[in-house]
Write a new protein. Structure first.
Length: 348
């Protein structure tokens, strides 16, 4: 048997992983817990594992995995925390800063969007964590694991003794201590998911320039003016964040000095095999907007990249990235084609 637990990173998701593993072990015997996100990784885990049963934990589950779960009619657990609360937990872990944690969590949120309403899902949130025994019982029932109430209470108690609990520490004013530009960075990348997971509409997504990189200095964030002097090259790229499936339009803001405005530029948006490209010709110094569109397929788990190239060598001048704002189109291109064909009488 394979049991699936997907969710945003955080204490509650990790606690749910542990509960599923203990429940499965209680009913079925030895269980191996693996962390993976794609069908390919699942296939490798099944080949390498010596266990008869797996608990698959995923924090950035791919679209192909979701499709496979739906087609197989499999039940699974999906865990949602408030994205900014999940960000706090991630940002304080070793190896992360606020920008890196925001980039990672934006990918996680985009991946989770389709799972929240997928067939076979049991959707949980940290609001459920106040009664751990009840949550564990609900998980056992949903995954069809016959475990008595007394055994469930024992499992929850044992996890608590090991320090595995469903609730995180007090919030401690972390959000209030962020500077306004940091809050703008977070709200731009995660705000649409905050609204959607709370039952609202999905609004636009904005990637601030701190999420991007300088082309010939890839270790540096593109949060400062860039000198265009030198050969034609990639000047800005990133941020390697996934978006939910659908048709998207993006508006990218750039500022040019007088000298930089004399050059021609190419702006690209890349998502897996799909590339959208336009030429940008600034009309003198100032701020200019590049508008592009691209489609994200349901099974396409590629991060999105925006690139800026200068077409010719530059002798002077500077430019700066503002932000990239994404808007998802409510009607996909294929649906529009079908509507148009129907209107023209091209469909029987």
């Amino acid at each position: 048997m394979i049991f699936f637990s997907v969710g945003l990173p955080g204490h509650f998701a990790e606690w749910c992983d542990a509960v599923i593993a203990r429940l499965a072990r209680h009913v079925l015997g030895p269980v191996e817990v693996v962390s993976l996100n794609t069908l390919e990784e699942l296939g490798l885990a099944m080949i390498r594992s010596g266990a008869s049963h797996l608990v698959v934990c995923s924090r950035q589950p791919g679209g192909a995995l979701q499709t496979a779960l739906a087609q197989a009619g499999r039940r699974f657990i999906a865990v949602l925390d408030e994205p900014r609360a999940a960000l706090r937990e991630l940002a304080i872990r070793p190896g992360y800063d606020l920008v890196g944690a925001t980039r990672t969590l934006a990918c996680c949120c985009a991946s989770m969007l389709g799972y929240t309403s997928a067939p076979g899902v049991l959707l949980l949130s940290e609001a459920n964590s106040r009664d751990p025994v009840s949550v564990a019982t609900t998980i056992a029932d949903h995954l069809e694991l016959a475990v008595s109430e007394a055994d469930i209470e024992s499992i929850v108690s044992a996890l608590k003794d090991e320090g595995i609990v469903p609730v995180q520490g007090e919030e401690d004013g972390w959000w209030d201590r962020l500077a306004e530009p940091e809050r703008a960075l977070v709200n731009g990348a995660l705000g649409a998911y905050v609204d959607y997971f709370a039952g609202g509409d999905f609004s636009s997504v904005t990637w601030e320039r701190e999420l991007f990189f300088i082309g010939d200095q890839p270790a540096e964030k593109a949060n400062r003016p860039i000198d265009v002097t030198g050969r034609a090259r990639c000047l800005i790229f990133g941020p390697y964040i996934t978006l939910p499936p659908g048709s998207w339009s993006v508006s990218v803001l750039f500022g040019f000095s007088k000298e930089a405005a004399e050059l021609g530029y190419i702006v690209e948006v890349v998502a897996g095999p799909h590339v959208s490209r336009i030429n940008l010709r600034p009309e003198g110094e100032g701020v200019f907007e590049a508008n592009l569109a691209i489609s994200i397929e349901p099974a396409m788990d590629h991060p999105v990249e925006v690139r800026l190239f200068n077409e010719h060598a530059g002798f002077d001048g500077r430019l700066a990235l503002g932000s990239a704002t994404w808007t998802r189109q409510l009607t996909s291109r294929s649906e529009r084609r079908s509507e148009l064909a129907s209107v023209l009488g091209l469909l029987a």
